[in-house]
Design a protein around this ligand. Sequence first.
Ligand SMILES: *Cc1c(COP(=O)(O)O)cnc(C)c1O
Length: 382
Amino acid sequence: MSAARIPFVDLAPQIALLQPELEAAFRRVLAHGRFILGPECRDFERAFAAACGTRFCAGASNGTAALHAALHAVGVRRGDEVITTPHTFIATAEAIRHCGARPVFADVDPDTMLLDPKSVASAITPRTRAIVPVHLYGCPADLGTFAALSKRTGIPLIADAAQCHGATYRGRPVDDFSLAASWSFFPGKNLGAFGDAGAVTTNDEALAKAVSIYTNHGRDTKYLHRVDGTNYRFDTLQAALLLVKLPHLAAWTRARQHLAARYRALLDTPDFRELGVRLQALPEGAESVHHLMVVRIPHREEVAHRLAAQGIECGIHYPVPLHLQPALAHLGGHEGMFPHAEAAAAEVLSLPLYPEMPEDRVEIVCNELKSTLQSLATASAK
Ligand SMILES: *Cc1c(COP(=O)(O)O)cnc(C)c1O
């Protein structure tokens, strides 16, 4: 029996740390009253672009809206195809569907669990209008190869960066390798708002402008709606609160990386390998910001169940690959179609990780994981 409950994430420490500043920011917005596209929206867009090492940022109402707006801005429309990974959150496919386009899945790399450029290359057709790699778990996809593929084919790369705030590839911002990236500030993400929020970053000024116009009813002045649009606006209150948190992101990322390194040191050992534990391999040149600490294990459901009984909360990201989701059945997906994504979905378990997690809990979790796997291995050998 482990002593204390170990939560999967805990948002309370960051709120406690920043409470006075958050309240002051909240009061400033109440006082000026510009709740829609107020001055904090511009300020955050500028600050987040700088933090990402990108020239432009356009805020949006959430990460799904941001990806949809970015795809719309590069011209994805009805009848087009967009290639992405089946091993992701469903929002990636929803954003493609919202453009009227067809999500075309390609398998992941068996070791990194990230979209595999080779399987993407073989899924390209004359209708392919964009490629959407997902920087899953905080780890950039194989961006060097994707950038070369995009250059060779002329097909734009729009990255789903919802899980990788601050990640780098070959020491450079991930935005240097794709035309645009979409971000989510869902509360549990590495940079989380206090409600829904999202953004698109890009070095392309026209694209940023197109996203801003699309997300604000297609207008560039109050009464002139030049293009098709919708309401995906960035919320002033969220922007004001995110501005308080952003300066801490780099330190929070270092704390995540420190805890993840501790996890990896404990788990990447003969004992755990013998029990069938595997870690996410990181593509050459990719530096992960460890949104999640994911292990691949046998008996996943039973292990998660037993750890929960010991007070250790885990997550599963994600148990059903998108080509097997009922909501996307019309795409004609079937079992066996993407064996590497299906294997990942069956084996992944996300262990507790958040920047303020006391380091000794890493050891408690790993010890409990080991004894659980040992008892299951003994049971199945009988
Ligand atoms: C969180 C997430 C999204 C969606 O973000 P929302 O802000 O919840 O709309 C999209 N893609 C991935 C990979 C995510 O993790």
